[in-house]
Design a protein around this ligand. Structure first.
Ligand code: AMP
Length: 285
C-alpha cells in the first residue's frame, strides 16, 4: 500500500492507474479508522480494481469552538487497518498544502438539504464538507465513492453536489455499523468516559422506540419526537441538539409521517456531540 501526501503526486499516480484500465474506488475519511470506515473500504475493494482512502481532518468543516485540534489522529494505525481492508493508496495531505495561504474557493449546496439538522446546528459545516470533497473528487476522479448512512444528511448533500456539478461518480451509501450495544461507531466515541459510554446506547434505543411506535400506528411527528426526547433527557449529562423527522429527499420536517422518513438526532453527551439516524418507510396513514 502506498502513502501519498502531495496532491500532484496523487494525480500522477492515479493517471497511471487509469491508463492501465483500472477502475478506482474512493473512500473519503477524517481518519482514526473504525469498523464503519473499514466496511466502506471493503465495499470499495469488492467493486473496484484500485482503492483510494483519504485521511484528512478538514479544518473547513469545523466551527470555531469545535474539536478540530483535539480530533483523534493515528495515521500509523489507520494505515495498517486500511491496508488489511483492501486499501491500495492512502492520500493524507497537510492542511497547509491542501489549503495554501490565499485559498479562496468554496463549494456550497443551498436549500433545505443542507440548512436543517446538522446544517442548522453547525453553520458552515457542509460548505466545508462539499469544498473538501470537490477538491478530492477532482484529484482522485474515482468511478465509485463510498459514504456511510450514519451521516445521512452528508450523503444527501454529496448526492446533490455530484448531480449539480456533473461529476461522473457513482455514490454508494453503506449501512451504519454499530457496536454490539447499538452505539453507532464514530471516531468521536473515543471522547466518551466509561460512564458516558455506558449510557450512549440511549440514542439508538430512542430511535428504535420511535420505530416501534410508528409500527404500532403513530404518525404524529411531534408525539414521536417528544417520546424520543423524554427517553434521552432521562439520562444524565445529555443535551439534545436536535431530534427531527424529515422526508428522505429534501430533508423537510414532517408533521405527519408518510413515505420514507428519516428520524435523525444529535445529542451532546458530556462535551461530545453524537449523531444517529434511522430510515422508516411508512405505508398508508
Ligand atoms: P468520518 O471519518 O467521520 O468523516 O467518516 C468517513 C466516512 O465513514 C463517512 O462516509 C461516514 O459516513 C462513514 N462512517 C462513519 N462512521 C460510520 C459507521 N458507524 N458506519 C458506516 N459508515 C460510517
Amino acid at each position: 500500500m502506498e502513502l501519498v501526501v502531495d496532491p500532484l503526486i496523487l494525480r500522477q499516480r492515479l493517471s497511471e492507474i487509469r491508463r492501465q484500465g483500472k477502475s478506482i474506488g474512493f473512500v473519503p475519511t477524517m481518519g482514526f479508522l473504525h469498523e464503519g470506515h473499514l466496511s466502506l473500504i471493503r465495499a470499495a475493494k469488492e467493486q473496484n480494481d484500485f482503492v483510494v482512502v483519504s485521511i484528512f481532518v478538514n479544518p473547513l468543516q469545523f466551527g470555531q469552538n469545535e474539536d478540530y485540534e483535539d480530533y483523534p489522529r493515528d495515521l500509523e494505525n489507520d494505515s495498517r487497518l486500511a491496508e488489511a481492508a483492501g486499501c491500495d493508496l492512502i492520500f493524507s495531505p497537510e492542511a497547509q498544502v491542501f489549503y495554501p495561504p490565499g485559498y479562496a474557493t468554496f463549494v456550497e449546496v443551498e436549500g433545505s438539504i443542507s440548512e436543517g439538522l446538522c446544517g442548522a446546528a453547525r453553520p458552515g459545516h457542509f460548505r466545508g464538507v462539499t469544498t473538501v470533497l470537490a477538491k478530492l473528487f477532482n484529484l482522485v476522479s474515482p468511478d465509485n465513492t463510498y459514504f456511510g448512512q450514519k451521516d445521512a444528511q452528508q450523503c444527501l448533500v454529496v448526492k446533490k453536489m455530484l448531480q449539480d456539478l456533473n461529476y461522473a461518480i457513482n455514490l454508494h451509501i453503506m449501512p451504519t455499523v454499530r457496536e454490539a450495544d447499538g452505539v453507532a461507531m464514530s471516531s468521536r466515541n473515543k471522547y466518551l468516559n466509561p460512564g458516558q459510554r455506558a449510557v450512549a446506547p440511549v440514542l439508538y434505543q430512542s430511535l428504535q422506540q420511535a420505530e416501534a411506535l410508528i409500527r404500532a400506528g403513530e404518525r404524529d411527528a411531534a408525539a414521536l419526537k417528544a417520546a424520543m426526547r423524554s427517553r434521552i433527557s432521562a439520562v444524565p449529562e445529555t443535551v439534545v441538539d436536535y431530534i427531527e423527522i424529515v422526508d428522505t429527499q429534501m430533508l423537510r420536517p414532517l408533521e405527519r409521517l408518510t413515505g420514507s422518513c428519516l428520524l435523525a438526532l444529535a445529542v451532546r453527551l458530556g462535551g461530545t456531540r453524537l449523531i444517529d439516524n434511522i430510515i422508516v418507510n411508512v405505508e398508508g396513514q
